[in-house]
Ligand binder design. Structure first.
Ligand SMILES: [Zn+2]
Length: 200
């Protein structure tokens, strides 16, 4: 077993006070930092994604223009490249991150698999290069980018866990539904304390 950690979109715009902030986002950032302090050695790869949109256009209809966002397919402008909102939340310690993935340049992109690293390599290529077989997924938001990333990971043949204490969602109903859907798809829904149990 060779395990990776995916840290999905822990960015200022997705945390409290951001353009599309979710409740509990900052706590998720701090919680992931604690996980890394205690369990970094158990991961062969730590990959963090950022939504990274163009400020020049509506990113393929992803940003609501001349209409109210529906918060399903259209959203307030968020995570525009080079802005403070697109940066990682300050409570997330990024020093342990091996690979930074950016996605959504000019298009809607929910899954980390839609992004590339700084060298332009796809996530699939990065996972193959490290021989990854198992992935733990944490971050924001449960009902959108965490959901899409975990489903894609299963699709790519990975054994996947999502830690419910280290995710936060846009809405309660859709977050509950997303976790149920992930469970049906074969994702293990757990709390990050399973790492402590495994270590003892
Ligand atoms: Zn976006």
């Amino acid at each position: 077993m060779t395990r990776a950690l995916f840290i999905i979109d822990v960015q200022n715009d997705f945390t409290e006070g951001g353009a599309l902030g979710v409740d509990g986002g900052a706590a998720v950032a701090a919680g992931i930092t604690r996980l890394l302090q205690q369990h970094r050695g158990e991961y062969a790869l730590v990959a963090a994604s950022r939504d990274w949109h163009s400020g020049e256009n509506d990113n393929g209809g992803h940003f609501a223009v001349d209409a109210e966002p529906d918060f399903i397919e259209t959203w307030p402008a968020h995570c525009v490249e080079g802005t403070e909102g697109a940066e990682y939340h300050p409570d997330l310690d990024t020093s342990a991150v091996d690979v930074h993935i950016r996605k959504g340049q000019g298009v809607p992109a929910y899954s980390i698999f839609e992004g590339t690293d700084d060298a332009g390599d796809s996530v699939t290529e990065v996972l193959a290069a490290r021989g990854i077989t198992d992935i733990d997924v944490v971050g924001l938001a449960t009902d959108y980018c965490v959901r899409a990333s975990a489903l894609d990971a299963v699709e790519h043949g990975q054994r996947v866990r999502v830690f419910t204490d280290l995710v936060a969602g846009v809405a309660a109903d859709s977050s509950t539904a997303a976790l149920a859907e992930l469970g049906h798809a074969g994702v293990v829904i757990a709390e990050s304390t399973v790492l402590d149990e495994a270590a003892s």
